[in-house]
Design a protein around this ligand. Structure first.
Ligand SMILES: NC(=O)c1ccc[n+]([C@@H]2O[C@H](COP(=O)([O-])OP(=O)(O)OC[C@H]3O[C@@H](n4cnc5c(N)ncnc54)[C@H](OP(=O)(O)O)[C@@H]3O)[C@@H](O)[C@H]2O)c1
Length: 322
């Protein structure tokens, strides 16, 4: 089967940073789906792995977002059948989605929204899981929740769906940060009540979602109300949370891969993706795809990686079709 991967950590401008590969078709384990991948999206995790995780010359396939069709199922699979259309992010410990045929544990996959194309669907799984787990697992928000949520980097992949979920499924006032006219406009279009600059944060907020936490703790301590809560999804170096103590502010980590890494029997991500698909099909949530590159080839994936690596993406870049 065809796949795209890397053997060495190289800058994305190097033609060998991502390679066209021919790999054997993998055999499904008991709970696995073998999925014919129709579209994938690229996340910052792909860029970080390509740059920092050394496969020592062996081909490693990246990609943690896919929409496709179930081709075969393992002996213990109960949630899906061959022919079902699925979407998922999968597990960081397994070979990635940038392959014609890909294995995913059935408990990490959901039924793809029928109202979206494969490309439109592939934009959403990883970021929707991150945003959903942030709002409803870490912060335990409900439709009755009120107060103010500040979403940093609201035009980015995660922000673009988190703003929609918070606006549609909670009673919170949603303020997103963005730095450019086009990203501000996009954030308002996703449903934010207001937009602020990344360095011009409003005071009196109850919750902060942060994908850009480095150097921000003193500012968070200043603008959060007493007993406020922060959910961070990035890896800020030298983190000092002491400034948050005076207001008894809670700090949560959210890692979308925690369930795959530490709670493999959980069907929670299957359920989240099922609920997100239903909300998409009802017209409550919308795809965040803003760019589609045709052809899951090394050239197409290099183009998509370069866009994500630049750090100024609005919504999501999808790569579609082998
Ligand atoms: N823990 C997890 O499970 C998890 C899951 C997904 C992502 N992540 C991590 O979260 C981060 C964001 O991911 P993403 O997919 O949303 O990224 P992204 O799509 O690449 O984010 C791009 C956006 O970031 C904004 N931005 C740039 N610099 C900023 C700053 N200093 N402060 C606030 N916003 C800034 C830009 O807005 P403007 O153009 O308006 O400036 C742009 O719209 C990455 O580090 C990623 O690895 C973690």
């Amino acid at each position: 089967m065809r796949a795209v991967g890397y053997r060495r950590n190289l800058p994305i401008t190097d033609p060998e940073s991502l390679l066209d590969l021919s790999l054997p078709v993998p055999e499904p384990g008991d709970h696995d789906l073998l999925v014919r991948v129709e579209a994938v999206s690229v996340n910052p995790v792909d860029v970080k792995q390509r740059a920092g995780s050394n496969p020592h010359g062996k081909p490693r396939v990246l990609g943690w977002d896919a929409a496709g069709i179930v081709e075969r199922v393992g002996s213990a699979v109960t949630l899906f059948r061959p022919g079902d259309e699925v979407w998922y992010a999968g597990s960081i410990t397994r070979s990635g989605t940038n392959a014609e045929l890909h294995l995913v544990d059935e408990r990490l996959a959901g039924p793809k929204p029928f109202s979206l194309s494969f490309a439109e669907a592939a934009a959403l799984p990883l970021t929707s899981l991150t945003a959903w787990e942030t709002l409803f697992d870490r912060l335990r928000l409900t439709s009755a929740s009120t107060g103010t949520l500040l979403v940093l980097g609201a035009a980015g992949g995660v922000g673009s769906i988190l703003v929609q979920l918070a606006r549609q499924l909670t009673g919170l006032e949603v303020i997103g940060t963005a730095s450019r006219p086009e990203s501000r406009q996009w954030v308002l279009g996703r449903g934010a009540h207001r937009v602020a600059g990344h360095d011009d944060l409003p005071g009196g907020v109850d919750y902060i979602f942060t994908p850009h936490s480095a150097g921000m703790i003193p500012a968070f301590a200043k603008i959060l109300r007493p007993y406020g809560e922060v959910v961070a999804i990035d890896e800020p170096p030298h983190l000092d949370l002491l400034p948050l103590k005076s207001k008894s502010i809670a700090w949560h980590w959210e890692l979308m891969f925690t369930r795959a890494l530490h709670d493999p029997a959980s069907t929670a991500q299957h359920e989240i993706l099922r609920q997100v698909a239903a909300l998409v099909d009802k017209g409550v949530l919308h795809t965040t795809m803003t760019r589609r590159i045709d052809g899951i080839t090394a050239a197409g994936m290099r183009e998509a990686h370069a866009i994500v690596e630049a750090g100024s993406a609005i919504g999501k870049t999808v790569v579609s079709g082998f």
